[in-house]
Design a protein around this ligand. Structure first.
Ligand SMILES: *[C@@H]1O[C@H](CO)[C@@H](O)[C@H](O)[C@H]1NC(C)=O
Ligand SMILES: *[C@@H]1O[C@H](CO)[C@@H](O)[C@H](O)[C@H]1NC(C)=O
Ligand SMILES: *[C@@H]1O[C@H](CO)[C@@H](O)[C@H](O)[C@H]1NC(C)=O
Length: 270
């Protein structure tokens, strides 16, 4: 009797494994299955290599807002939304209901005490300061002229070349470069790094560091916290990359800040 139950149990277990295998092998259908215990994490990890396409599909199938269930014991539940009304509610009209908290700050630690990780009073002060900067006439003019120049001298010639030659281009890469060049010029006042140009050069270490930071932070969202902290402690994988990128960002920012200070001092003495 006991041996039959064991046999039955094995068959059931075997069927379960086969089922899992076929479920995972099947190309995704834009939904994430919620497994008992582990939640939707297995499905998400299976699609992680094409996370952007996958998220777009999921959000499209769930009316722009999607609730992700992580393993019950890890506290990884997340809400994804691209619904304008929700975004406005969360980051503007009802912002005070959404405290980011210490865990958020830890995940985004590389951003330091900036506005993205700040809460309450500090956030209010930073917001006031950035509002002053963004609404400053000089800043607007610089932003406008930089963007226009980048369009005329970077994006349009590149698109012309691509359409003439009928080649394929990674649009995401193109727009990331566009953002990088225009942001660097408007924020630091330095000259155009020309990462977006007709030659599409290898991106510089600053742009690469920013990409690495973004990637590492994304990984932190799908890994249990103890795991990435362990990786950081031992300094391997994404966390090693992040730490290197952090050093690069700090070094480059120091250069830009010192240069700006130097220029100011020179201007004062003239
Ligand atoms: C989708 O969401 C919007 C609000 O964000 C709501 O008005 C609409 O009824 C929803 N549609 C469906 C099919 O659930
Ligand atoms: C959101 O904010 C508005 C006004 O700012 C308020 O009337 C409303 O009750 C808030 N909603 C929630 C869910 O807190
Ligand atoms: C980044 O570097 C700064 C300065 O060296 C350091 O204080 C900070 O802890 C580092 N952050 C990360 C996430 O490595």
């Amino acid at each position: 009797m006991a041996s039959i139950s064991l046999f039955e149990a094995s068959v059931a277990f075997f069927c379960f494994i086969i089922l899992c295998f076929f479920h995972f092998k099947k190309p995704h259908d834009g939904f994430l299955r919620n497994w008992p215990g582990v939640g939707m994490l297995p499905g998400l990890l299976m699609e992680f290599h094409q996370i952007y396409e996958f998220t777009v599909e999921i959000l499209r199938n769930s009316n722009l807002t999607f609730q992700f269930k992580g393993p019950w014991f890890l506290g990884m539940d997340m809400l994804f939304t691209v619904d304008q009304a929700n975004i406005h509610h969360i980051i503007s009209s009802n912002f005070t209901n959404y405290i980011k908290g210490p865990e958020f700050k830890e995940v985004f630690d590389v951003l330091g005490d900036g506005i993205l990780t700040a809460d309450s009073e500090l956030w209010k002060n930073l917001r006031k300061a950035s509002k002053v900067m963004f609404s400053h006439q000089g800043f607007r003019r610089l932003s406008m002229s930089t963007t226009r120049r980048k369009l005329e001298e970077g994006l349009v010639p590149l698109f012309n070349r691509i359409s003439e030659e009928g080649t394929v281009v990674d649009l995401q890469d193109v727009f990331v470069r566009f953002m990088f060049d225009t942001t660097l010029v408007t924020v630091t006042g330095s000259s155009d790094p020309r990462s977006l140009s007709i030659e599409m050069p290898e991106v510089g270490e600053f742009a690469k560091a920013l990409n690495d930071v973004g990637e590492a932070i994304m990984y932190r969202h799908v890994k249990p916290m103890f795991l990435w902290k362990l990786q950081r402690w031992f300094g391997f994988g994404q966390e090693k990359k992040l730490s290197k990128a952090n050093d690069t960002l700090n070094r480059m920012c120091t250069v830009y800040i010192n240069k700006e200070r130097g220029d100011k001092i020179t201007r004062c003495y003239q």
